[in-house]
Ligand binder design. Structure first.
Ligand code: PLP
Length: 455
C-alpha cells in the first residue's frame, strides 16, 4: 500500500468532521469511528491498519470482477488520454459509448434496442420514471402515470427512486411523491402463512391486479420491481410469481419494468436476473455490475417497442445528464463486459461456483437452530433468522440480531451485510472455491457466536 498521509484515527476524525454516512446514525458512528478501507485485490480488502477482510458483498453488490483488475485500469487510463469527456447532447456522440451499446445489446435478449445512460442506479430509475411517463404521453394517454412498486423494494435514494421504492422509513424522511403506489413483497417466509410457496406466489402477484383495478388501469403506467429483492432482504419470489405478474401487466396494458441494478450482469448465473426467472420486462434498469463498480455508470434499457414509439413518434425528449455515456465509464464498461463474456465468468457462476456456494450454505445452515430459511441462486444468498423454525416465528428484534451478526463478521475479517433481519452475501463473481469456503466458514462462526450471545 502506498504510504498514507494520515493515521487511522486522523482519518476517522476527518471523516466524522466532514461526512454524513449513508443509512447510519452519524452521531453513533462518530463515537466509534468508521472503518477506513484503503486497498483491494481480488476479494480481499485491507483497512488503514493493514487488517485483511474477505469481501462477501462485492462492495455494494458491484465489484463483479473483484478488485485490482489491470485491464479495467488500462481501459480507463487509455480513454483519459484519448478523450476524457464528451457527451450525447444535441447532435454529438463519441465512439466509446457506441461501442459499449454494440456490445451491451449483443449480450441482451433481442427484445431490447435502446439505452439511456446515467451515472448510477438511482438516476437510471429517475430516467425510467420520466421515460415511462413520456411514453404514455406520446401514445396519447398522459393520465397513465402512476408507477406501482413493492414494499421494501429499493430503487435508489433520489426523490423519485425513493418514492418508487417501498422503504417506509425513507418515505417518512421526505421521500414520497404523488402518483406512486406499492404492493406487498413476495416474501413467503414472512407473509405466506399456511399457504404453499406456490399458492402464496399467486396471491402476492394478484395483489398487483387488485391495486391496478383500485387505481384504474387507465391511470397506471408501470409496475417496477427487482427480479429478486436485494436491499430489502435478498428475497426470491416463489415459482409462479413472475409469470402471473407478467400476465397481469399485459392484461391491463401496464409496463413491466425490472430493476436489474443488483441482479444484472451475472449475479444469478444468467446475464440478467429476469432471465433466471423467465419473464420479459419492457425496461431494465442497470448499474453496479455494468462497470464492476470501478467507475460510476448506470442506464435504462428500453424494449424495441418502447424505443420505436419514443423515436418515431416522440420527437425531442427533454432529458439528459452531462455525464450520460461518459467515455471513461463506457471504456471501463466495455473492458468489464468483455472480461465477463470472454473469461466465461457467468457460465462458471451458473455451472460451478454458484451451485458450490448454494450447496455449502445448505449443508452448513439447514439444521442450524438460528437459521429458518436459506435463499439464493448463483452467487447471491440470504439467511433468515428464526426464533422458532417449525412455525417460522421470527425474532421481534431480528434487525438488531442480524446487525450483531454482521458486526461479529467484521471483527473476524468478514464483510457480510444484515438487512431487515436477514444476513445477505454476494461475493464477486470471480470467487474461487477457497474464497467461498472462507465465506461460508466465517459466516458460520459469526452466526454461531450470535446464537451464543443471544442465548
Ligand atoms: N436499484 C437497486 C435494486 C439497488 O440495489 C440500488 C442500490 O443499491 C439502486 C437501484 C440505486 O443505485 P445507486 O446506489 O447506484 O444509485
Amino acid at each position: 500500500m502506498t504510504a498514507l498521509p494520515h493515521t487511522t484515527s486522523e482519518y476517522q476524525a476527518l471523516d466524522a468532521a466532514h461526512h454524513i454516512h449513508a443509512f447510519l446514525d452519524q452521531k453513533a458512528l462518530n463515537e466509534k469511528g468508521a472503518l477506513v478501507i484503503a486497498k483491494g485485490q481480488g476479494l480481499d480488502l485491507w483497512d488503514t491498519d493493514g487488517r485483511r477482510y474477505l469481501d462477501g458483498m462485492s462492495g455494494l453488490w458491484c465489484t463483479a470482477l473483484g478488485y485490482g483488475r489491470a485491464d479495467l485500469n488500462a481501459a480507463a487510463t487509455r480513454q483519459l488520454e484519448e478523450l476524457p469527456y464528451y457527451n450525447l447532447f444535441f447532435h454529438t456522440t463519441h465512439p466509446r459509448v457506441i461501442e459499449l451499446s454494440e456490445l451491451l445489446f449483443s449480450l441482451l435478449p433481442e427484445h431490447y434496442s435502446h439505452a439511456i445512460y446515467t451515472n448510477s442506479g438511482s438516476e437510471a430509475n429517475e430516467a425510467l420514471i420520466r421515460t415511462v411517463r413520456r411514453y404514455w404521453q406520446v401514445l396519447g394517454k398522459p393520465q397513465k402515470k402512476i408507477m406501482i412498486g413493492r414494499w421494501n423494494g429499493y430503487h435508489g435514494s433520489t426523490l423519485g427512486s425513493t418514492a418508487l421504492g417501498g422503504m417506509g422509513f425513507m418515505h417518512e424522511m421526505g421521500g414520497m411523491l404523488p402518483d406512486f403506489a406499492h404492493i406487498g413483497e413476495p416474501y413467503w417466509y414472512a407473509h405466506g402463512g399456511d399457504l404453499s410457496p406456490e399458492a402464496f406466489a399467486l396471491q402476492a402477484a394478484d395483489e398487483l391486479e387488485r391495486k391496478i383495478l383500485e387505481l384504474g388501469a387507465e391511470n397506471v403506467a408501470a409496475f417496477v420491481a427487482e427480479p429478486f429483492q436485494g436491499a430489502g432482504g435478498m428475497i426470491f419470489p416463489p415459482e409462479g410469481y413472475w409469470a402471473r405478474i407478467q400476465s397481469i401487466c399485459r392484461k391491463y396494458d401496464v409496463l413491466l419494468c425490472a430493476d436489474e441494478v443488483i441482479g444484472g450482469f451475472g449475479r444469478t448465473g444468467e446475464w440478467f436476473a429476469h432471465q433466471h426467472f423467465g419473464f420479459q420486462p419492457d425496461t431494465l434498469t442497470i448499474a453496479k455490475g455494468l462497470t464492476s463498480g470501478y467507475i460510476p455508470m448506470g442506464g435504462l434499457v428500453l424494449s424495441k417497442r418502447m424505443a420505436e414509439v419514443l423515436v418515431e413518434q416522440g420527437g425531442l425528449f427533454a432529458h439528459g445528464l452531462t455525464y450520460s455515456g461518459h467515455p471513461v465509464a463506457a471504456a471501463v464498461a466495455i473492458a468489464n463486459l468483455k472480461a465477463l463474456r470472454d473469461e466465461r465468468i457467468i457460465e462458471r457462476v451458473k455451472q460451478d461456483s454458484g451451485p458450490y456456494l448454494q450447496k455449502a450454505l445448505r449443508e452448513v445452515f439447514a439444521d442450524h437452530p438460528l437459521v429458518g430459511e436459506i435463499q439464493g441462486a448463483g452467487l447471491v444468498a440470504a439467511l433468515q433468522f428464526a426464533e422458532d423454525k417449525a412455525s417460522r416465528k421470527r425474532f421481534a428484534n431480528e434487525d438488531e440480531i442480524a446487525w450483531r451478526c454482521r458486526c461479529i463478521g467484521f471483527d473476524n475479517g468478514l464483510i457480510i451485510r444484515s438487512t431487515l433481519g436477514r444476513m445477505i452475501m454476494a461475493p464477486a463473481l470471480v470467487a474461487s472455491h477457497a474464497e467461498l469456503d472462507e465465506l461460508v466458514d466465517k459466516t458460520r462462526q459469526a452466526v454461531d457466536q450470535t446464537a451464543r450471545e443471544i442465548g
